[in-house]
Design a protein around this ligand. Structure first.
Ligand SMILES: [Zn+2]
Length: 334
């Protein structure tokens, strides 16, 4: 049993309370490798932002859960070395799918876990989430539950259609489970293909596809039922068209990749939404940078010469999200 507190990590309770009050959202960035982790920490330190490092099932399979946990411990020391005296870093399990997995992450030193029972019948979701909360809270680890189903594909989480969260269920769910935050479904979705072109309209000024708006009425309904309760948005990458264009220009083939417009995320961040999950955008940034080097410098074979630029591009992306979209810069407690 390792306590996250001994690793210098924090849970989400205090940072979410401040985020709701301050009208901003904390970035939750997925990480799978060292360059991504370095970029996240550099961006968080330079912008003085709290940050959530997320580990998905795919990340655990790819990089090994123990290794990722030690990288998060290293991240705290790295942030201090970069000049941040009191970093606020959460190590969070993204889409935990069983009690056993959540328990093992708590025991390993995670400071926050998500138990995703959103695909289960309501009563089973309540029971599973309640059990995870009961265990996690003994160690002051915070728990994210989910109501409603997001469309799209994220590692092994996938669904064909989304089902919006029902605001009439949220009070019952949060009071029965005791969860600390709630992921809801209002039209965001996982992956880089969030909408089909036929769901979108063409912006006459840019010729780009514009997706249908998020269901802010559902979010408003949830906030009326649960005033001041921390809300989480998954699947909130914007799929920047510059990256899609760069990838395609340098030999890639991404067709009709469409994300959530940043204006909508800005609006959400000012509400009770206090955690916004971003994964695909950093994948696109990394791929765009690497493809560019491969085409422009075909003789290059030192991985540092393409992973380095990829890291720089991801850092630019993370800083942009923090400062221009979520507003979590300059929000460290001390
Ligand atoms: Zn998700």
């Amino acid at each position: 049993m390792v306590s996250y507190k001994d690793l210098g990590l924090v849970n989400t309770r205090d940072m979410f309370a401040r985020a709701i009050k301050g009208g901003y959202a904390i970035p939750a960035f997925n990480f799978n490798n060292m360059e991504q982790m370095q970029a996240i920490i550099q961006a968080a330190v330079e912008t003085k932002s709290p940050v959530i490092l997320q580990v998905s099932k795919g990340a655990r399979n790819y990089a090994n859960q123990t290794l990722l946990r030690y990288m998060a411990e290293g991240a705290v020391q790295y942030a201090k070395e970069l000049g941040c005296e009191h970093p606020e870093i959460v190590l969070h399990l993204d889409h935990g799918d069983s009690y056993e997995l959540c328990k093992s992450c708590v025991d390993l030193g995670f400071s926050s876990v998500m138990i995703d029972g959103s695909h289960l019948p309501y009563d089973e979701n309540v029971e599973l989430t309640r059990r995870v909360v009961e265990y996690a809270h003994q160690y002051d680890v915070t728990v994210e539950g989910e109501l409603g189903v997001l469309a799209g594909v994220e590692d092994e989480v996938q669904a064909e259609h989304h089902t919006y969260t029902r605001p009439e269920e949220v009070v019952d769910f949060t009071s029965k489970t005791g969860c600390d935050s709630l992921a809801i479904s209002i039209g965001t979705s996982h992956g880089a293909y969030k909408f089909k072109p036929e769901q979108c309209h063409v912006d006459p000024a840019t010729g780009r596809l514009v997706p249908p708006p998020l269901a802010f009425d559902v979010l408003d309904g949830v906030m009326r039922e649960l005033p001041g309760f921390p809300i989480v948005l998954h699947g909130s990458s914007s799929v920047p068209q510059e990256y899609v264009d760069t990838i395609n220009q340098y030999g890639g083939k991404l067709e009709a990749a469409i994300g959530i417009p940043e204006d909508e995320l800005r609006k959400a961040a000012k509400s009770a939404v206090c955690k916004i999950n971003i994964d695909s955008d950093s994948r696109l940034a990394m791929t765009a940078a690497i493809r560019k080097v491969f085409v422009e410098k075909p003789a290059e074979f030192d991985p540092r010469k393409y992973l380095g630029p990829a890291r720089d591009e991801m850092k630019r992306l993370y800083m942009h999200k923090i400062v221009n979209v979520l507003g979590s810069n300059d929000k460290l407690a001390e």
